[in-house]
Ligand binder design. Structure first.
Ligand SMILES: Nc1ncnc2c1ncn2[C@@H]1O[C@H](COP(=O)(O)OP(=O)(O)OP(=O)(O)O)[C@@H](O)[C@H]1O
Ligand SMILES: [Mg+2]
Length: 444
């Protein structure tokens, strides 16, 4: 009898054996009996062998299930063996975009834009830890008490962050941003009501005309998705360099170089930051630099690059309004360690950034561009901004946010530049419409 065969079969409680414990017992028993089978994947051969071992183990443990229940149970056991255990069914659910594990007994998901708690659960902390290790080990990474946080990526591109005790107080936590199989395109965003056609045309013109753009928004507001959509407007002939922590952007153009930061796998390993990659990218003859997110000293280098001929660069920033995004940039630049006077930093920001596109995750779970704001220079120490478009929230009906996208009424100051690139935008683009007495709408 090998070590696992000798593992005690979970004992019975009043309501029968604990289903999760039994599942883990079966998974461990089957897994150890398959240690010579090679990599455990969901291939038909592995599934077949696992099924045979499952039947044997059930017989041994006197587990009698009706066929339909046996099937469900076997699939759960299989998820433990070849997948991420209780998370596997959530990974398969195409409507789930985020999975959040707050310790073993609490799992939340974002499904169709709404956050909800699900009934799936882990047995205990050790079970969650096993799944975390399953994710990070193939990447040569470790998570332990001395290094209790980890960023990783699943083979399908999904982004994972895990924190374990002592830093996670209530047990190991996992946050997964699932990789969207279908990349959203501009027409999808218009269909979802995230922006309208006029705004889309304007943004496309701005990207082609090489304006420097910051996409701003809260967590999960759709920044990376919009950055991807905006990047898709970059002309095919331009050489694009993308720089990210965990590569999420996927561009269709051919002339793209994708760079990703490197975190240390072992003690003493080197770190390569966004800032390192950004500085390096300037020597790679880029036409366009797209930085996944600015959240550190790279902000300074990004501004300097934008101010020294690397037009048409784009990035995202965590902020709740265009004005906040500039304050955040200011803070990040100051954090970069150069002792620059605040006035200088503001002037740099004002001359580097042309446009801020503000996103918001609305209370009904939809994502909207709530402001498209131009930077119009500085007045004294203040950066002057003007809203070109904004979303006017008009309340709710049947749980859906109502409202309209409205132009701000001011003509874009980049109209002439856009014209040089072939975009003759009508002044009407930026004019407000208002209902007339006969029910038509007219521009004012
Ligand atoms: N306009 C949109 N309409 C509907 N769903 C969207 C939209 N934009 C993004 N999403 C979905 O919202 C989720 C979060 O999107 P995304 O990763 O782009 O957000 P983010 O702001 O970059 O998040 P983070 O702050 O974690 O980096 C994804 O599942 C994505 O498919
Ligand atoms: Mg993002």
């Amino acid at each position: 009898m090998n070590a696992v065969q000798s593992l005690a079969i979970p004992s019975t409680n009043g309501a029968g054996r604990d289903r999760i414990q039994l599942k883990i017992w079966l998974a461990e028993r089957i897994q150890s009996s398959m240690s010579n089978t090679g990599k455990l994947t969901r291939s038909p051969e592995i599934v077949q062998i696992a099924y045979e071992r499952f039947k044997q183990a059930c017989q041994y443990a006197k587990i009698n299930l009706p066929p339909e229940k046996e099937d469900v149970f076997f699939n759960e056991v299989l998820d433990e063996i070849v997948g991420l255990g209780p998370l596997e069914q959530l990974m398969r659910d195409e409507f789930v975009s985020d999975i959040m594990v707050n310790g073993p007994k609490m799992i939340f998901v974002e499904k169709r834009g709404k956050i909800e708690e699900v009934s799936a659960e882990f047995a205990d902390d050790a079970h969650v830890l096993r799944v975390i290790n399953k994710i990070v080990e193939p990447l040569g990474r470790q998570v332990n008490a001395t290094s209790p946080t980890v960023d990783a990526r699943l083979p399908d591109g999904s982004r994972v962050n895990a924190v374990i005790p002592p830093c996670a107080i209530d047990g190991p936590t996992i946050a997964i941003r699932k990789f969207a199989k279908e990349r959203l395109e501009i027409k999808d965003l218009i269909n979802y009501g995230s922006l309208n056609q006029v705004m889309a045309d304007y943004l496309q013109a701005c990207v082609v005309s090489k304006l420097n753009i910051v996409v701003s928004g809260g967590t999960g507001s759709g920044k990376t998705t919009l950055l991807n959509v905006l990047s898709s407007f970059i002309p095919e002939k331009d050489r694009i360099i993308t720089i990210e922590d965990a590569a999420e952007l996927s561009l269709n153009q051919r002339h793209v170089v994708r760079l990703e930061t490197k975190t240390p796998s072992h003690e003493g390993d080197s770190v390569v930051t966004i800032r390192n990659l950004l500085i390096n990218s300037l020597r790679m003859r880029p036409d366009r630099i797209v930085v996944g997110e600015c959240r550190g000293g790279e902000a300074l280098d990004m501004l300097q690059a934008m101010n020294t001929g690397h037009d048409g660069s784009m990035t995202t920033i965590h902020a709740n309004s265009p004005r906040d995004s500039l304050s955040r940039l200011e803070t990040l630049v100051l954090m970069a360690g150069m002792d620059l006077p605040i006035q200088t930093v503001r002037k740099q920001i004002a001359s580097a950034i042309n446009l801020v596109v503000q996103l918001s995750r609305m209370r009904d779970g939809t994502r909207k561009i709530i402001q498209v704001t131009e930077i119009a220079g500085t007045e004294g120490d203040t950066i002057v901004m003007q809203d070109l478009f904004k979303f006017v929230d008009q309340g709710e009906k049947n749980g859906k946010v109502l409202g309209e996208f409205e132009p701000g009424g001011l003509r874009s100051q980049y109209t002439d530049r856009l014209k040089i690139y072939g975009f003759n935008l009508s002044p009407k683009t930026f004019m407000k419409t208002m209902p007339s007495t006969n029910g038509d709408t007219r521009r004012r």
